[in-house]
Design a binder for this molecule. Structure first.
Ligand SMILES: Cc1cc2nc3c(=O)[nH]c(=O)nc-3n(C[C@H](O)[C@H](O)[C@H](O)COP(=O)(O)O)c2cc1C
Length: 232
């Protein structure tokens, strides 16, 4: 076994400092946008739109994996996948889920708690059509999550489909089992690492039924959002 207790990176960078959070907006999606834009400018982050997606079965068994966020708006975050995969089946049975963006060079993370719903077939079709041919074929080759006898099964299917769709103006129809989800957030926590390890955490959430606004611990934000500061 490896003892990793001494593995510790200093939280500082020569070209920037990690100030406490100065909110760009009291709307959590606009705040997300501001941090996302900062991240896109940072050459050290190669996939700013990569996020962990945690789901749970109806009986509460959790699972997590990475996906790519393909859009965000006032409504929430969109990603695409195979509806028959483990995540797809879990989201259809239990739409409560969580997303996590972690932008290590900026020492920032954003945790989202929300509820997922399928996007319209039309939106999924239009996004599928915009994908490179290789990615479209990939969605046909692989029935995500099914158990395979060997790697060769995938390679053979890929070869067959590449031959089938080798013409100039080929158009591959989107398979029914493939499409997008929109995650509508009901909580969003912005985390900024600090050199002194007293990290900064601000959480946007909505008041629960029957809960009253506490002006000592809460700040009113846009719409029905409130902000709380959490200890690190
Ligand atoms: C950086 C990264 C991005 C990924 N993006 C996606 C994606 O957008 N959609 C997807 O279905 N799988 C994506 N994957 C693969 C998933 O992590 C996962 O292996 C796959 O979706 C099967 O997950 P499941 O069996 O838990 O449903 C990505 C993997 C990585 C490492």
């Amino acid at each position: 076994m490896a003892d990793l207790s001494g593995m510790r990176q200093p939280y500082h960078r020569t070209d920037s400092t990690f100030d406490v959070i100065d909110l760009a907006s009291k709307d959590p999606m606009k705040q997300f946008e501001a941090w996302f834009e900062d991240t896109c400018k940072d050459k050290l982050v190669q996939e700013p739109n990569a996020m962990a997606l945690a789901t749970a079965s109806r009986s509460g068994i959790p699972s997590v994996r990475m996906v790519l966020c393909k859009g965000f708006s006032t409504e929430g975050f969109t990603f695409y996948t195979n509806y028959e995969s483990r995540k797809g089946r879990e989201l259809d049975a239990n739409p409560n889920c969580s997303l996590m963006f972690y932008w290590e060079p900026l020492k920032r993370s954003i945790q989202v708690q929300g509820v997922a719903e399928r996007v319209s077939e039309e939106k999924s079709r239009s996004y599928f059509a915009s994908r490179p041919l290789e990615s479209q074929i990939g969605a046909l080759v692989s029935h995500q999550g099914t158990v395979l006898q060997s790697r060769q099964v995938l390679d053979t299917k890929l070869k067959e489909l590449k031959e089938l769709y080798s013409g100039e103006d080929v158009s591959i129809p989107k398979p029914d089992y493939w499409g997008g989800y929109l995650v509508r957030p009901n909580e969003m926590e912005f985390w900024q690492g600090q050199t002194n390890r007293l990290h900064d955490r601000l959480k946007f959430r909505k008041l629960k039924d029957g809960e009253t606004f506490n002006d000592e611990l809460m700040v009113k934000a846009e719409g029905d959002w409130i902000i709380e500061r959490l200890s690190s």
